[in-house]
Design a protein around this ligand. Structure first.
Ligand SMILES: [Zn+2]
Length: 207
């Protein structure tokens, strides 16, 4: 799956998908709220550790000099409780989606924390699949996002496998499938904005 031309990004993307699949399998077996929380804590820890190592590997790959002490993020406990309170009242499939999102967001939060704390990192790009949903592909067409931008929060839905590529200067060239989507976006949304533009892009992607 050519999500990126960078092998480190590809490897991380694949290991994240495996982690998402594993947490959903584990949640499907969980009988109690306590079991759900224990599973999510364990997987979120793994996601944070993976994200931490990935960030430092990317930094090294980019030839950034100097030591960097990366802060370690912990997920927002209240947000977790609120999401779980809701999900436990829904059919089981909702819990799988919410659980996957919480774990994936723990990893994303760790990468974003690194970018915020690192004077050598200024931008990031969304890593998305060529067969992803129109929403994620639209966000990926925006290319490199500056960390200072107000919209720099990572928007994700349940079961979203998108990750983050930290960028350390130089020119950012999106992978071929994102460049193709940029062209498709320009062609299909001409004169449109907001939800109308996304709907037009969604139709173009589906066509
Ligand atoms: Zn996505």
């Amino acid at each position: 799956m050519a999500v990126s031309d960078n092998p480190t990004v590809q490897r991380y993307y694949r290991s994240n998908l495996a982690l998402s699949a594993a947490v959903e399998r584990a949640l499907a077996q969980a009988g109690t709220r306590a079991a759900v929380e224990a599973i999510l804590r364990a997987y979120a820890e793994a996601a944070i550790a993976d994200a931490h190592d990935y960030y430092l590997a990317m930094r090294l790959d980019a030839g950034v000099r100097g030591r960097f002490r990366m802060p370690v993020e912990t997920p927002n406990r209240e947000q977790w409780d609120a999401s779980l309170d809701w999900a436990m009242q829904q059919p089981e499939t909702a819990l799988l989606g919410v659980g996957q999102r919480l774990v994936a967001n723990a990893g994303r939060g760790q990468i974003l924390a690194g970018i915020r704390a690192d004077a050598k990192a200024r931008r990031w790009a969304r890593v998305t699949s060529a067969t992803g949903c129109a929403f994620c592909r639209m966000l990926a067409t925006r290319g490199a996002v500056y960390r200072s931008e107000e919209s720099a929060d990572f928007r994700a839905h349940d079961h979203c496998g998108c990750t983050i590529e930290p960028l350390f200067g130089g020119r950012y060239e999106p992978p071929a499938h994102v460049r193709a989507d940029q062209q498709l976006w320009a062609e299909s949304t001409d004169g449109l904005s907001g939800g109308d533009a996304l709907n037009a892009f969604r139709r173009a992607v589906g066509a």
